[in-house]
Design a protein around this ligand. Sequence first.
Ligand code: ZN
Length: 76
Amino acid sequence: MNAEYPTTTDAGTSGRVDENRPDLSNSNVREDLALTGRCALVHLPSGRTCLLPLRHPGPCDFHGPAEAADVVSASQ
Ligand SMILES: [Zn+2]
């Protein structure tokens, strides 16, 4: 099941991505945020995190660590 998954850049891959975790193949994910049902992709150059729902349509929307911490604490 290869549903669409968020990509922050066009990596130009000609081969297939890892089928085990395609959403993790080329990005970091904050596990604490992922457990709250968020996309949780980390934009490595800035260290900001996507707070949109998992498998959200469209591009990631990255937020700073303070907002990410709010999401985590609100879910607990
Ligand atoms: Zn995202």
